[in-house]
Design a protein around this ligand. Structure first.
Ligand code: 5GP
Ligand code: MN
Length: 341
């Protein structure tokens, strides 16, 4: 992937002298959000900038191994530190999200700082327009991949440390389903080889990300697949749901249901899958699809959300039963328009 040279030069100019920088990523941060933020922060710090990484709420426990993740400011548990950093910022980088609605309460804080330059580095479709500089590449398989390319163009790959490489690798691996999605290109593997050459242990990263869950998570997974997965539309569409009560029964911790939504797609002929997870004031909707079926449009149209063509999400403000009925009707409507072929 070729980034626009003029934009990289604009970025170089912005960073020519030491700046106070805030790096923001989205609510329920995942490996790509955390990895891209931490790697970008590390290179900017090494250039003499004053950098704070902020996320709206905590990252899941199985990402705690990521180098320097304890340095992240969690807005939900430390509003004062977040406010101080945002207020002082000369530049605000927004990584791995495309709309301020993904920042929850943190977006009000950002609005208060009108003097900072806003820079987007992201790979979601249809980003908001009000940035001073937009490095928006929806074809990129992850934001971590973009950050690696930006570091390469600005400073050279020899500046990528082992910690940076580990953080970048996590996001590249998780956002591509282990380098299996159609977004993976030969250049992704070129970047992986640069990261691998820093001495990171790919088996250890894999174990940390995929084999470090709790017993509750394993049992919740068995329960949701066995008892809660409904398959309809001639075996091509699935949904699952988890109520607050069910989550409590399995000692749910944030991030425990990550990846569940992918599982129905392991069934032959399955085209689209959804999971509904009850939170205190809404139901989180997570959607996945295969091939040409576009869940980004589906999420935008029916669930106040968005994302990528084959992985998107949103929210429902109805009850669980109503949400499920609504989803089944939306699937029918979508199919009637020929969008489920
Ligand atoms: P996940 O299902 O893993 O939470 O999210 C899949 C994709 O959908 C992510 O790339 C994420 O950015 C996007 N997404 C998830 N929830 C929302 C949402 O509430 N609003 C928007 N606009 N995108 C979302
Ligand atoms: Mn991402």
């Amino acid at each position: 992937m070729q980034l626009e040279k003029n934009k990289i030069e604009e970025l170089r100019n912005l960073l020519a002298t030491p700046q106070k920088i805030v790096i923001l990523s989205h609510t329920n941060p995942d490996g790509d959000a955390i990895g891209s933020s931490l790697a970008w922060a590390e290179i900017l710090k090494s250039e003499g900038h004053d950098v704070a990484c902020i996320v709206p709420n905590k990252y899941p426990y199985y990402l705690e191994f990521m180098p320097n993740c304890e340095s992240m400011v969690i807005y939900k548990s430390d509003e004062a530190a977040a406010a101080k950093a945002v207020k002082a910022a000369d530049i605000i980088f927004c990584l791995d999200f495309h709309t301020m609605s993904r920042l929850d309460g943190l977006s009000d804080l950002i609005d208060e700082n009108q003097h900072a330059k806003r820079v987007l580095i992201d790979h979601h479709l249809d980003p908001m327009e009000d940035f001073d500089l937009m490095l928006s590449y929806p074809k990129a398989s992850s934001t971590c991949y973009l950050v690696a390319l930006i570091i390469e163009m600005l400073y050279g790959v020899e500046r990528i440390s082992r910690d940076m490489a580990e953080n970048l690798f996590v996001g590249m691996m998780t956002d591509t389903g282990n380098f299996a999605f159609s977004s993976v290109t030969p250049d992704v593997f070129r970047v992986v080889s640069i990261l691998a050459a820093t001495g990171i242990s790919i088996p250890d990263i894999h174990i940390n990300v995929y084999n470090s869950f709790t017993e509750g998570r394993a049992r919740l997974f068995g329960y949701v697949i066995n008892r809660k997965m409904k398959i309809f539309h001639n075996g091509t569409v699935a949904h699952m749901s988890l109520t607050a009560d069910e989550l409590r029964r399995f000692w749910f911790q944030q991030g425990d249901s990550e990846g569940f939504v992918n599982y129905p797609l392991t069934i032959k002929k399955m085209k689209m899958s959804a999971i509904f997870t009850e939170h205190s004031d809404f139901i989180r909707v997570s959607l996945r699809s295969r091939g040409d079926i576009d869940v980004n449009i589906f999420a935008q149209r029916y669930f106040h959300g968005g994302g990528h063509k084959n992985a998107a999400g949103g929210k429902s403000f109805m009850s669980m039963d109503e949400t499920i009925k609504f989803y089944e009707q939306c699937v029918k409507d979508y199919a009637a328009e020929g969008l489920l072929k």
